[in-house]
Design a binder for this molecule. Sequence first.
Ligand code: AMP
Length: 421
Amino acid sequence: MRVLLIGSGGREHALAWKINQSNRLEKLFIASGNGGTKNIADNINLEITDHQKVIKFCQAEKIDLIIIGPEVPLVAGIADDLQNAGFNVFGPSKAAAQLEGSKNFTKQLCDEMKIPTAAYAKFDEPDYALAYAATRDFPIVIKADGLAAGKGVTIAENFEQAEEAINQCFSGAFGEAGAELIIEEFLQGEELSIFAVSDGKNFITLASAQDHKRAYDGDKGPNTGGMGAYSPAPLLDEKLLKRIEDEIIEPTIKGMANRGTPFSGVLFAGLMVKNGAPFLIEHNVRFGDPECQVLMMRLNSDILDLLEASAKGDISNIKLEWSKKTALTVVMAAKGYPASYKKDTEIKLNPQAENIEIFHAGTKFKQGKLLANGGRVLNVTAIANNVTQAQKDAYDAIKNIEWSDGFSRTDIGWRAIKTKQ
Ligand code: AMP
């Protein structure tokens, strides 16, 4: 099979690593990839926003399957254009990608399908939003409606913070994404992510994962794209999984099909679990980054079978096997991230133990040297019999990496370790 993978983060390196293990793979291209994918695939320069150029490339290279990693091209409708040109595409249509592209869209679907979620109200001008915020008990959550690279959510502890977030959103801090906002009830509980692959009608639940969004130890500091993750999440048992499938995943897939905009691809449901009951915080329409890294470490089946079946519209024959072990990934970021940071600092990766994979995110090679090329740079990933061991192994591996301009949290997985104890 000839495959084109779109994206350049740690998620795409992990997908490429897994795809590369398939004996069905003939050739893998990545647009644009990173320093890590360079060794296992052809990194190519392709203007992803120009769908005609992507189509031409796929025709010339006789691509059998296109896998879209990030949300931005999906929300822009790349899957529709590639499908219309006759290609098999893993990833939802523009209409179905609205599940991530608009918070209000998903809230309306929740109302329609009775999916449990936080109570909310929607606003398209500041005065009404401010008046509404003034009547609420704090904390409340303020969210820009559209894609804001994880920065569009504020948990306001008091009216002043709410006012700042509302004004910031409507003054264009998130561009078009902030033309509308929602204000929602703050949900208390424990967070959990569930991933399910759908073909538009059926779905298959993958595995659970938990990430750490804050920059610093103890889940403190500013929000980031994700500083680490582990899978499985100990919070998830059979009973909770069944409730999540019945109350959240199934009605989402059904609701989208009923509307005539079936969802195919991977649905990544961000959940809050309160007294054993799941509530939807948000849907994403692609794999999480860094959650994908830990899922790929645990997946024993051929990923191309799964992604191809979803792209072709029938996953009913797919059975997946997962390692019972725990995978844990620690993100190494450039010092200063998520604010400003230096690029082009040198990294030396030394040999690692067999249960370690280092997935690259912002890296590149220049004159044979590996250089940092972004905020989140490496995902140091271990797989082991339990979360305590996986954490130890990942941090031992980090000690082996020479990069004086990088940092990582020192406590990834702490909640799972506490739960086990
Ligand atoms: P989102 O981008 O919607 O996932 O929000 C980012 C983060 O904000 C989530 O991972 C949660 O930690 C937090 N969050 C969002 N909505 C809520 C809510 N209604 N109640 C509590 N925390 C929330």
